[in-house]
Structures are given as structure tokens and as C-alpha cells.
Design a protein around this ligand. Structure first.
Ligand code: SF4
Ligand code: SF4
Length: 202
């Protein structure tokens, strides 16, 4: 796997995090502490394969790739994300096991906007944020509508597509995207190794 592709993806993640921090600082919108309901219960989290490549690289670096591949091969497309680590003591609480490597949807969910049929941005807040902080969600929604904050899903999706129109555009269930990314990363490592050895044999 070319290092520059991973670097580009990580740069977009960093940009998302920076813009999200600015946006949250302005709106004060946040999630209830330790809430992990979206990760633990959602069966619809989707990501592009390209966004899972940094995680694949990290799993290979840790020597955990084979174990995770085995686990990912045993779950179906509607299973919750395998990377979620539930809090053993408090139901509904937990955390992402690979927070620094999570894909863009996990960075943006609850804070980013979508465009309505007229192209105007609408805050896509999470129902648990709405329940916990209705006034904050309302004021954040106004800030988005007035253009004071701009954090849009589509803007970042286009950047991933720009890196690789196929792997960066098609959204798959997150576990499947992670499995394909691991397989792709492993295959490219093998190919790089075999090229290295065949050059060395000459
Ligand atoms: S996005 Fe919603 S479900 Fe997910 S952590 Fe925030 S409040 Fe909880
Ligand atoms: S990658 Fe992390 S943040 Fe994203 S769904 Fe899985 S556990 Fe949640």
C-alpha cells in the first residue's frame, strides 16, 4: 500500500477533526459523556474501503491483522461494528477501540450537515443529542443554516473519491469495508515483498 495514499487519508481525517473542533467550540454541541449507542447498536454504519486502510495498516503494524480478519469474516453486514468496546459495567456506554483510525462517518456523525433538496445545509444531529440537549441542537442547527459553521458529509466524501474513485466512493457496511481493507493491505504487502525478493535474487 502506497504510503502517500494513507497519508492523504490521514490528512483528511485531521482536517475533519480540526473543523469539527472549531464547529463544536462555536456551537457547544457535544455527545453525552461515554455515550456509545451509535457504535453499539447501529447496524447501518457504512464506510468506504479507502477510509479503513489506515486502520488496516495499524492492525498489521500491531500484528493483529489475522485475528481481526478472522473476526470480521464471522460477522454479517448487519452486525454492529466489531471495533466497539462496550463498558462492562454500564450498559450503553463504551468506546471505539481504534478511535484515532476511525472512518469519517464516525468523526462526523451527530455534528455534520447534509444538504436539503434546495442545496441548503441542515444539521444532521443524532436523536440522543436531541434528547439530551434539545436547546443546543436547535441553536447549532441555526448556526449551520446561517452558514456560521460548515461541516458537510459530502465535502469530505468527494475528497475520498478524489483519491480513488472506486475504493473511495462506494460505501459498504463498516465490517465489510474493514475486512476488504485488511485483505487489500495484506495482498499489497505480499506483492511488495515478492518484488523485493525477486529483485534481490537477480
Ligand atoms: S452520536 Fe448520538 S449515539 Fe453517538 S455518541 Fe453521540 S449522542 Fe451517542
Ligand atoms: S470504528 Fe469506532 S467509532 Fe466507528 S462505528 Fe466502529 S467503534 Fe464506533
Amino acid at each position: 500500500m502506497k504510503k502517500d495514499i494513507i497519508f492523504k487519508i490521514l490528512t483528511i481525517f485531521s482536517d475533519i477533526d480540526g473543523k469539527n473542533a472549531e464547529s463544536q467550540s462555536l456551537t457547544q454541541l457535544h455527545c453525552p459523556p461515554l455515550c456509545g449507542i451509535c457504535c453499539s447498536t447501529s447496524r447501518k454504519v457504512e464506510a468506504s474501503v479507502i477510509e479503513m486502510l489506515p486502520l488496516a495498516e495499524e492492525l498489521f503494524r500491531r500484528g493483529e491483522a489475522a485475528d481481526w480478519l478472522e473476526r470480521l469474516s464471522q460477522v454479517g453486514d448487519t452486525a454492529p461494528c466489531v471495533f466497539y468496546q462496550p463498558d462492562p459495567l454500564i450498559s450503553g456506554n463504551g468506546r471505539c477501540g481504534f478511535y484515532s483510525w476511525r472512518p469519517s462517518v464516525c468523526r462526523l456523525f451527530g455534528f455534520a450537515s447534509v444538504k436539503d433538496k434546495n442545496g441548503k445545509p441542515i444539521l444532521a444531529a443524532c436523536i440522543y443529542q436531541k434528547k439530551a440537549f434539545p436547546a443546543l441542537v436547535e441553536s447549532a442547527g441555526k448556526a449551520v443554516a446561517e452558514g456560521l459553521v460548515s461541516l458537510n458529509f459530502t465535502d469530505f466524501s468527494l475528497q475520498f473519491s478524489g483519491i480513488d474513485p472506486y475504493l473511495g466512493t462506494r460505501l459498504l457496511p463498516i465490517n465489510r469495508a474493514a475486512r476488504i481493507a485488511l485483505e487489500k493491505y495484506g495482498l499489497e504487502m505480499q506483492m511488495a515483498d515478492s518484488q523485493h525478493f525477486s529483485k534481490g535474487d537477480r
